[in-house]
Design a protein around this ligand. Sequence first.
Ligand SMILES: *[C@@H]1O[C@H](CO)[C@@H](O)[C@H](O)[C@H]1NC(C)=O
Ligand SMILES: *[C@@H]1O[C@H](CO)[C@@H](O)[C@H](O)[C@H]1NC(C)=O
Ligand SMILES: *[C@@H]1O[C@H](CO)[C@@H](O)[C@H](O)[C@H]1NC(C)=O
Length: 503
Amino acid sequence: MGKENTFLVTVWIILANICVSFSSTPEQTLFGNSNSTEWLEDYTDIVSKFSLRTAEIPDDDLCYIVPGQPLTIPKCEFNPGYKTFVVIHGWTVTGLFESWVPKLVTALYKREPKANVIVVDWLTRAQQHYLTSAANTKLVGKDVAKFVNWLQKTLDYPWEKIHLLGYSLGAHVAGIAGLLTNHKVSRITGLDPAGPTFEFADAQSTLSPDDALFVDVLHTNTRGSPDRSIGIQRPVGHVDIYPNGGTFQPGCDLQNTMMMIATTGIRNMDQLVKCSHERSIHLFIDSLVNAAEHQTMAYRCSSKEAFMKGMCLNCRKNRCNKVGYGVNKVRLPRNTKMYLKTREMMPFKLFHYQVKVHFFSSEKLAYTEQPMKISLYGTHDEKIDIPYTMPFLNTNSTVSFLLTTDVDVGELLMVKLRWEKDAYFSWSDIWGNKNFHIRKMRVKAGETQSRVIFSAKDGEYAYLIRGKDDVVFVKSKEDNMSRKEKTMHRLKMQGSHFKNNIA
Ligand SMILES: *[C@@H]1O[C@H](CO)[C@@H](O)[C@H](O)[C@H]1NC(C)=O
Ligand SMILES: *[C@@H]1O[C@H](CO)[C@@H](O)[C@H](O)[C@H]1NC(C)=O
Ligand SMILES: *[C@@H]1O[C@H](CO)[C@@H](O)[C@H](O)[C@H]1NC(C)=O
């Protein structure tokens, strides 16, 4: 492992250096004081290359469209009647395209077979010391703006068909390009936009909501203090989604990564650093290829903590949205964050539930970190023994938490709850019979927006005893009426308090 470790440490040191040394970069206005757009039509200094990739050969550059050379457009078989995706890579250690590029190209063609998928090659400028590459985003953004402007003008191509997608530093390239074009492009998707040197930079230098008619962003690697985060932490789009809190992604821990490296070879060594960062791309790919059966949803929330309590599974007034390609193009108030939990691999979709339980007891009991197992039974399927560690469990208090499952159980019919023994010996187990009693369990499903009240299957209360059997809750009779029926019922019983025109 010696060699690999050295490499890993080197990568980390590079990253750490980046993170601490940028702070004094002077910010300048983009291109001096001139507000003329003549520069947009000077193609002589363009360094970036624009490769129209194909669905058949997604991993090779066979035809470049060259700004200023209109014949390259038909030569590359650009399809003017269809959408254009412009894919922009980020910083690179190897100077080569990373393996996600052909995967994203393939997924885009799978979803939009007649579209044009153009990959921007700025590898030479992306292979520098991070700080240099980060500064280069302005030059590359300028190249991309010239390219898009020229293509649009040459073909009288509709601006609303142009979608830029940028990963890491590429997200800021897309933002700068969007800012400089003559007209706003339809959409920019930022895939974990880079953090170092951008977290505190102005909107002109970073991806921002002003750069396109619609800007959507996935944040997947925003760990640590803001100046040390690989991905930018603050929201920079109209919709900013933080999967799994945005900090770190499931399946990206050391053990998993080492396993992957062992099975796929040393070339993937930097996966440890990149796994969570790159997850943004794979979530987007997932949304392109798996949306039909597995569309993931995200929910607006004031904080990660509130989300983990299940308190934000609300879809009214655009509070929830689809993740990825099919996102509803709503412009949320600035600095709004959306959250979801995902699986560790494709398809990433999980179903979200808020579970609310009130724990009664005649004695004053207080526990922390209690292991629970919850089972969900629905009209389609069931999921047994979903583990959940309850942070606090106190007498006469209500607990609300987020429960997720990868199984689509359908409409919920029954819920079981079991209180596991601690791993270690506990005196309270000897004295035994300490219990909580539970009358109702309220479950709200994020994906279907249904709310169900469950009541104890046998008797008024269910008795939850540590280390004993599951307690069982079934759909309560009072809940059998639909919301509409309930409203009608109330109306009939209590008379109308509403104005006539609402009835
Ligand atoms: C920018 O253009 C406007 C008119 O379009 C002009 O009034 C202004 O002086 C220009 N500013 C600069 C710095 O060239
Ligand atoms: C908890 O609430 C129940 C009913 O409201 C009450 O009978 C019981 O004494 C309370 N327990 C404690 C420890 O206060
Ligand atoms: C709920 O209503 C359905 C029909 O609408 C009925 O078949 C079912 O038995 C009812 N369940 C309960 C618990 O009352």
